[in-house]
Structures are given as C-alpha cells and as structure tokens.
Design a binder for this molecule. Sequence first.
Ligand SMILES: Cc1cc2nc3c(=O)[nH]c(=O)nc-3n(C[C@H](O)[C@H](O)[C@H](O)COP(=O)(O)OP(=O)(O)OC[C@H]3O[C@@H](n4cnc5c(N)ncnc54)[C@H](O)[C@@H]3O)c2cc1C
Length: 405
Amino acid sequence: MTQAAPVTDEALREEVRAWLADNWKGLPRSGGGAGWTASPEQKAWLAKVVEARWAVPRWPAAWLGRGLSDAQARIIEREFAAAGAPGAGQDRTNLWANTLLACGTEALKQKLVLPLLRQEVGMCLLYSEPGAGSDLAGIRTRAERVGDHFVVNGQKVWTSGAATADYGMLIARTDWDVPKHKGISFFFLPMKQPGVEVRPLRQITDESHFNEVFITDAIVPAENLLRDLGDGWSVLQTALAYERSVMGESARGGRSGAAESKTEEPLIALAREAGALGDPLLRQDLAQAIAYKRLNALNTARAKADLAQGSSSPVMSLGKLAMSRILHEEARVRTAILGAASLLEGPDHPRSEDANFLALNAYFTSIGGGTDQIQRNIIGERVLGLPREPEVDRDIPFREVRSGR
Ligand SMILES: Cc1cc2nc3c(=O)[nH]c(=O)nc-3n(C[C@H](O)[C@H](O)[C@H](O)COP(=O)(O)OP(=O)(O)OC[C@H]3O[C@@H](n4cnc5c(N)ncnc54)[C@H](O)[C@@H]3O)c2cc1C
C-alpha cells in the first residue's frame, strides 16, 4: 500500500486525530524502569501504528513511510504525545531501524526493518570494550571470514539490554594490517547462540541495565554485514549520530512511575506540591533549570530547520552535552525542592525516590553514548575548528599499535 502525503498541515492533523480517536484505547501500565522488552499489548499497538504509516512518516512509502517533511512528521508526533500514545516518530528515535535502513543489505532490511519497528526483536549495542570506550577505534574483538559466515571472538562491556537482545550491533576488527579506523566492520550479531555469554553488571541505581558480553567462536552470517568489509567506522558514525540526537532531546522518567504534571512544568509542579514555590532562591534555580531546557529545545528545533534546508547545523552537536548538563541541574533542583525529605526512599515516598533515582541516573547521559569530555572534543574540533587532538596511532597498521592490556 502506498499513501500520498497529505496536502496541508491541517488535513494531516485531522487525519491523525481521527485515527487516534478510532484506535487508541490506552495500554496497561508497565510501571517505571528501563523496560527492554515490549509487552504483547504494546507490540499489537505498534503493529497497528506501523500499518497505518504513522511510525516512520519521514521514510519513503516503499519502507512504510509517507515521505513527509520533518515539520509534518512533528505534527503526527505531537498528536500522539497529546493522546499519550507511543510508536510515532521512530524515524527519529529508532536507531536500530534507521541504521539498518541506511546501511544494511536488502536481505537484512527485508528481514528485520518491520520487526524492529514493531519491537518484536530486541537489540543492543556491542561497541565498548574493556580497553576501548571513548577510543572506539581501538577495539580488539575480531571477526574472521569462514565460508559464508564470520567467526567472532572478543569481549564487550557496558552493553545495555544485552540480556534480552536478539541481535547486537557489533563492531569487530576484520583487518589488522591497516590503520585502526579502516579495519573495522559492522554486523548484526545474533545474540541467542552458545558463543555469546551475557553477565549482568550492577549499577549505582541498583539496576542491571548493562552487562559484560563474552564472545567465543560466535557465528554471524555474511549477509548481516552492514556496508562493505572494513567500512564499519562509517556505519558506526551513522548509528552514533542517531544515538546522540535522541539522547540530546529526551530524558528518562523517574523510577516510581508516579505521574508527573502534564499541564505544568514538572519542576514547578513539584515545588508547588512541596509548598516551596514562594522561596525566592529556589525560584531562581527553577528559572535557570527551565531556561536551559527551553533553550536546548529551541536550539534543537533550529538545527532541524537548518538540516531541512540542506545545511548541517553546528548546533546539533551541542544537544547531547546540553542534555547532560540539564539533567544534572534538574536533579540538583529537584533535591533542593524536597530538602531533607529527598533522602527518603521506597514506594511510600515516590517523589523522593524519583529525586534520588534521577540524580544517580543523570550520569547515564554524561557517559553513555560518549562522555561529556568527548562531546567537548567533538565540538572543539568539528564545530569551532580548533586543532585536532594528537593521535599517534592514527596512521599505523593496527597490528603495530601498542596496547596496555
Ligand atoms: C548507562 C550506560 C549505558 C551504556 N550502554 C552502552 C551500550 O549499550 N553499548 C556500548 O557499547 N557501550 C555502552 N556504554 C559505554 C559507554 O559508551 C562508555 O562508557 C563511554 O564511551 C566511555 O568509555 P569508557 O567507559 O571506556 O571510558 P574511557 O574512554 O576510559 O574514559 C575515561 C575518562 O577519560 C575521558 N577521556 C577519554 N579520552 C579522552 C579524550 N581523548 N579527551 C578528553 N577526555 C577523554 C572520558 O571522557 C572519561 O571521563 C554505556 C555507558 C553507560 C554509562
């Protein structure tokens, strides 16, 4: 089925509103937390959203989209958000599906794009290693071609969602005789096989959101290679760009799942509830925290407008770093609003539980997906045009790179 793009914003708004009114009946509450797997009800809803072509409206009609502009796709996302319905805007947020569509073989796209949009398959990112986090090009996990598949050996770490994932987006070294960025390839590694052992790591928030992954003679079919052999660095840049732009816009909610005000800025609502809204010093903090958030949203909108007009925007690079600072600042203000009560924990104190959780969880955004320091390097070098950081091992064969391990 193909569907022509609606002519006007108003017609589009009416169409999506009418569709939601007919179809959206809500979903059972799943509570707070990371939620790596979708419930059967969520999957059924997502399948409906995909079929109606609301999930990826910026994508072409041949790939379940409507070929809409960013501005019109945003109309759909706003209507879904207003109704509290998930599933729209995956052409912005679903980094697995976007990376696959941009870089995968036709066979792999046919096999996995639809299940990814319906969240029928779980995914994880097999990038970081014990000796290669910020310097991802230093990875030592290897993949060697044997007939029509590759054999993978190595160790990954900090792998979010690995315990439930069906596939991992894997970077592995396939050529040791070229400089480090050139010998890397990018695969969709099947996770549910004997050669992949997942060991949970315990985090400061008491969750085990990420894991160590030990890979021993695991098999990945050759058709699960994205782009060409040795061209994995370019695929990784595509995937990281999606990840950073998503992390630059969104933040995780509290652990308690306690509903936050939809009609009022959450920090103001919290201050009102705590009877602290009259405190002049706190009001300054509130103003500052909310101003940072609004400014980031405006900057992101400006960057998107630049992109829509065909020019890349340096402002885009600032979003993830900004979001990291915003989350730390919001956590500080949240704690200040609650005062001593912020030390309380547990279901009887949902606001305090959220304050604690969000303060600890703020580190997620300032480390995961690239640390704040690395974002500053990127902004310094690529946006401000400052001299590049010296990299002594950039141009020598990886086999000759000295390792401390
Ligand atoms: C919640 C969370 C989820 C994650 N999920 C995943 C995942 O799903 N998959 C995955 O592969 N990884 C994941 N990671 C790993 C994450 O991407 C890495 O932790 C991150 O890239 C930093 O690498 P590192 O831990 O090896 O630190 P290092 O690279 O060892 O850095 C240590 C410190 O030195 C600084 N530093 C290093 N090099 C430079 C430099 N050149 N200039 C300035 N400062 C520098 C860093 O900024 C940091 O402060 C996750 C991490 C977190 C916290």
